[in-house]
Design a binder for this molecule. Structure first.
Ligand code: GLU
Length: 477
């Protein structure tokens, strides 16, 4: 590994094990690490913990990289893969053996099972008690399989001054002689993570608090090797509304689902994840720039935060309103293409961009933008849904005929001119504006809801508007 670091330069890392997607909890961990490194002008590294070969497929790894890229979390240097360092992990285990900090344990599965059963019968937590720990004897047989275990201290205590959890103390008598190398010579997660963090010069380990117990065990290796201890920051996990750890039954857990299925913008999800567990006064809307400026570990909360999809949607609505129209059109276009079953022409995407101005004030996600903009690209005869069809009954046809005449006579096609024409039709017919506007909306969009009707007229243009109207006027009621 070649990551060399200046003394004391902050180095953080995100170390996901590929599971097929980037979990939102993982994304938040990555974001915190990224922000902490950027805030301190340090480095943020990415290490894929791909030691589980079955799960670590190319797709599963790409899903993580894709999620990171989408969230704008760029990492420094190459992408590290834990599996590439297996020889180095074994080398460290060897050094620990030589220094007497680890030992070869020849216990059989039966012996281990026996100890486990005994602990269970005596209602105490199982902790391996290997005769090989302090045994100078040779292997029972020359080719007997063995694992390499840490010779964990049995007296005293291990203390972590965690930047989030505060001071946490564990009695060493509670720590076990964990396995460092399996009998096939492969390293365990405990060994690999410590060696890699050390070799990569990681100064701050910021991760989920489900790893707090591991930290005490990992420190055993760090101390044995005489390596500098990183600063730990164990962040409480994200919970669902019912207070249980966030899982599928609470809603989507993968970053990709927030993008593809829920139509979220990356800046909205990122802002939401930032606020989920960290705060800066009452600020809710925090730009990336401010987040870099303000982020610290002191303001990470100690209790788990509850995921609130409504809050996320509200933030998303905010960022949609802020977003550039062309970008939104680009995001909505594929969804519209799916709805109408044909590709959009470039000129149509440009029209969609103009429509964003009236679509975005009401939309909470990209799907709503797409649904709201679909009417623009329908072809005559329009598909008319049930609610819209109801609006086209009764005297609608007669009113639409009058609107058609009034609009046909306009010199200029502007929202103001159209409004004037439609209002005068309502007045002359002695009905309220809504009684004209509703069938007009149904005729132009095939739906009972749409952006403001005069905006719809403007976006469709004179020719298409009049053609859609004419088509409905001639329909039998
Ligand atoms: N690979 C571990 C995980 O995905 C994280 C290891 C760590 O952050 O120390 O849970």
């Amino acid at each position: 590994m070649s990551a060399t670091t200046e003394p004391r330069q902050v180095v953080t890392r995100f170390a996901p094990s590929p599971t097929g997607f980037l979990h939102i909890g993982g994304a938040r961990t990555a974001l915190f690490n990224w922000l902490f490194a950027r805030h301190h002008g340090g480095k943020f590294l990415l290490r894929i913990e791909d030691t589980d070969k079955v799960r670590s497929t190319k797709e599963a790894i790409d899903a993580i990289l894709d999620g990171m890229n989408w969230l704008g979390l760029d990492w420094d240097g190459e992408t590290y893969f834990q599996s590439h360092f297996a020889a180095r992990h074994a080398e460290v285990a060897q050094q620990m053996l030589e220094a007497g900090h680890a030992y070869r344990c020849y216990m059989t599965q039966e012996e281990l099972a026996e100890q486990r059963a005994k602990a269970q019968a005596e209602r105490r937590p199982f902790k391996v008690n290997s005769i090989w720990r302090d045994c100078a004897a040779d292997a029972p047989t020359p080719d007997a399989p063995f694992v390499v275990r840490l010779k964990a201290p049995r007296t005293g205590e291990t203390v972590i001054e965690d930047a989030v959890q505060g001071r946490v103390v564990v009695q060493n008598s509670e720590l076990d002689d964990m396995v460092l190398l399996r009998s096939d010579g492969t390293p365990t997660y405990m060994l690999a993570v410590v060696v890699d963090d050390h070799d990569m010069g990681v100064t701050h380990v910021i991760r989920g608090d489900d790893h707090l117990n591991n930290a005490f065990r990992q420190l055993g290796i760090i101390k044995a090797m005489g390596w500098p201890e990183p600063i730990y920051a164990h962040v409480p996990l994200i919970h669902g509304q019912d207070g249980a750890k966030m899982s599928k039954r609470h809603g989507a857990t993968g970053v990709d689902a927030y993008r593809d299925e829920l139509g979220m913008l990356p800046e909205a999800l990122s802002n939401y994840l930032l606020r989920l567990g960290w705060g800066y006064g009452d600020e809710e809307i925090i730009s990336r720039e401010d987040a870099v400026k303000w982020f610290d570990l002191a303001n990470v909360g100690r209790s788990p935060s509850r995921f609130d999809i409504k809050k996320l949607e509200n933030l998303n609505g905010h960022y949609i309103r802020e977003a550039e129209n062309g970008r939104l059109a680009g995001l909505a276009a594929p969804r519209i293409e799916k709805l109408i079953g044909r590709p959009l022409a470039e000129s149509e995407i440009a029209t969609l961009g103009q429509a964003m101005e009236v679509l975005k004030p009401r939309a909470k996600n990209v799907d709503e933008l797409a649904e709201g903009g679909t009417f623009l690209f329908k072809t005559i005869p329009l598909d008319v849904d049930e609610r819209a069809a109801a609006l086209l009954e009764g005297q609608a046809s007669e009113l639409l005929t009058r609107v058609h005449t009034a609009l046909s006579g306009l010199d200029e096609w502007t929202a103001e001119a159209a409004e004037g024409a439609v209002r005068s039709v309502a007045e002359q017919a002695g009905v309220k504006l809504g009684q004209v506007a509703q069938p007009l909306r149904a005729a132009l969009t095939g739906r009972a809801t749409s952006p403001g009707i005069f905006d719809v007229l403007l976006l469709l243009g004179r020719e298409e508007s009049l053609a859609r109207l004419a088509d409905q006027m001639t329909k039998e009621q």
